[in-house]
Design a protein around this ligand. Structure first.
Ligand code: ZN
Length: 509
């Protein structure tokens, strides 16, 4: 038997049998608990006039969306203030944040992986109506708590609101994005279930991000598998398969409650509430607290980002839990539009059409590999010549100013060749400095560790002494006869003279 919940919600295009209440709700209080909120009973309801139950000044820290979305997106509060035109930044400009509980709401509090809604609360006073931004909504046990901003200067007596009516509207672009992604996730997980690929977890960045959401699977997919699954999802979307919600009292969920994907994730502080199962007709039935599209046509399109497995591979690249990224609904369009622009931009960067991009990049990569190999062998040959040509007795000094040899690797190779023919007490000093670039590099090597160290120490002192105001410019150290350091700052005539002084002095010593 299906019960109806009084009072009825305003009519929308959502079919009447979307909401299927399988328990007698006659005893329920007027204040709707999370699970039975208007947004969870009719996902297309954009606004509702409802009564204020309680208000309190918010002591909560600024809202932060769970998951990776909070790092990548500007906070939801900035999104809310920008849609409402406040655009404020500092606390003094922002006004006061209030926590408001309502009898019912179209503002979804976050849950089940779906980020919270934002919106506007319209408060009508004696002479005017105030549009107060709802910056977010959180669930506290069974209650939905709206975070409502009262802008500075707004003459709203919040404390007088309980018992009065307000109108709340959801930020619809944000909601549709989250909703289509969430329904898309249920569909995708259901299609993957039929391939023995259970969803281990999922997460989505909040609007206005256009980044993909992911579901975590026991292994990676091949491109062919991903394309098949995407095709299957889009076939179901084209069929406009119906979606509805079964509502049961918690503890009376029916037969398959425990095996659900999302039942495992029901928060421990949600007790005494309702259990909702989202049913995609003939395809899936899973516990879910989110807002779900009334049929799959609202999702529009679902795209699976090609997995990291090489595109022609017939075996997946990973047998351990792996994220599969997807976009659905309006986000699929914005995500793919951006990808298309990047593709054109990449083509322009190397001067080929989009169709030629991949073969050209493969060719460039092959060339680069050959060039790198050639450069490496030339560098080794040059190091051998440089090391071989340096004096094998006393203190030899080699200075270079070439980008291609400005590294310890080159110095080390040259030093190794030099070392082969050097006398026991000989020391070689390498310096490398590029015009206008810091740091310069210094390497000292010799067979006699004590002698190498004394030359290195003298070089450090001399270079640090060039400009005493610059602090300690030489940083480094070493052991076993080889010492390396970086020399901060500009390398000029005085640095060259400092090194020359040490080399000449050590040679005389
Ligand atoms: Zn769900």
């Amino acid at each position: 038997m299906i019960y109806t919940l009084e009072p009825p919600l305003p009519k929308t295009l959502t079919p009447a049998d979307y909401e299927r209440i399988h328990f007698n709700p006659a005893e329920l209080p007027r204040k709707r608990i999370v699970g039975l909120l208007a947004c969870q009973r009719d996902p297309l309801l954009q606004e509702l006039t409802t009564r204020v139950v309680s208000v309190a000044v918010s002591a909560a820290p600024p809202l932060a969306q769970k998951g990776r979305a909070k790092k990548k997106d500007k906070s939801s509060s900035s999104a809310a203030s920008s849609i409402n035109g406040t655009g404020a930044n500092t606390p003094a400009e922002q006004g006061k944040l209030w926590e408001v509980e309502l009898e019912d709401t179209v503002i979804f509090p976050e849950g089940g992986g779906q980020p919270w809604d934002t919106g506007v609360m319209y408060v009508t006073g004696a002479n005017e109506t105030h549009a107060l931004p709802i910056e977010g909504c959180v669930r506290r046990k069974l209650d939905a708590v709206h975070m409502v901003r009262v802008p500075p200067g707004a003459s709203v007596d919040m404390a007088a609101l309980p018992g009065t009516d307000v109108r709340v509207t959801a930020h619809w672009e944000r909601r549709m994005d989250h909703m289509a992604m969430h329904t898309g996730q249920h569909l995708l997980s259901a299609v993957l279930d039929t391939r023995e690929l259970p969803t281990l977890s999922w997460a989505m960045p909040a609007w206005p991000s256009t980044e993909a959401a992911y579901i975590e699977l026991p292994r990676a997919l091949t491109w062919a598998e991903a394309a098949e699954v995407e095709g299957e999802c889009n076939r179901r979307i084209r069929e406009s398969v119906r979606v509805w919600i079964d509502f049961n009292m918690q503890g009376d969920e029916g037969v398959d409650g425990e095996s659900d994907r999302e039942n495992r994730g029901i928060p421990t502080d949600y007790t005494g509430g309702v259990i909702r199962h989202c049913v995609i007709e003939g395809i899936d039935r899973n516990a879910c607290c989110g807002t779900q599209c009334p049929d799959l046509s609202h999702v529009g399109f679902l795209h699976i980002l090609p997995p990291s497995t090489p595109h022609a591979a017939t075996e997946p690249s990973s047998r351990v839990p792996t994220r599969l990224y997807f976009v659905a609904g309006p986000r699929a369009v914005s995500h793919l539009a951006l990808a298309s622009r990047w593709l054109s931009q990449a083509g322009q960067a190397i001067g080929v059409s989009r169709a030629e991009l991949v073969p050209r990049i493969e060719k460039i990569e092959a060339n680069r590999y050959d060039t790198d190999a050639a450069a490496k062998s030339l560098k080794a040959e040059l190091a051998s010549l440089v090391g071989g040509a340096a004096a094998k007795s006393g203190v030899a000094w080699v200075h270079r100013a070439e980008k291609s040899t400005h590294d310890y690797d080159f110095m080390g190779m040259a030093a190794a060749v030099w070392n082969g023919g050097a006398e026991d007490g000989a020391v070689i000093v390498f310096t490398s400095a590029l015009p206008g670039t810091s740091p310069a590099l210094l390497m000292v090597q010799g067979k006699d560790e004590a002698r190498s160290k004394s030359v290195f120490d003298a070089l450090q002192a001399a270079l640090n002494g060039v400009d005493p105001d610059a602090g300690k410019r030489v940083k480094g150290g070493g052991a076993r006869g080889r010492f390396m350091a970086k020399v901060d700052g500009k390398w000029g005539k005085r640095e060259t003279e400092a090194v020359q002084g040490v080399v000449d002095g050590s040679a005389r010593a």
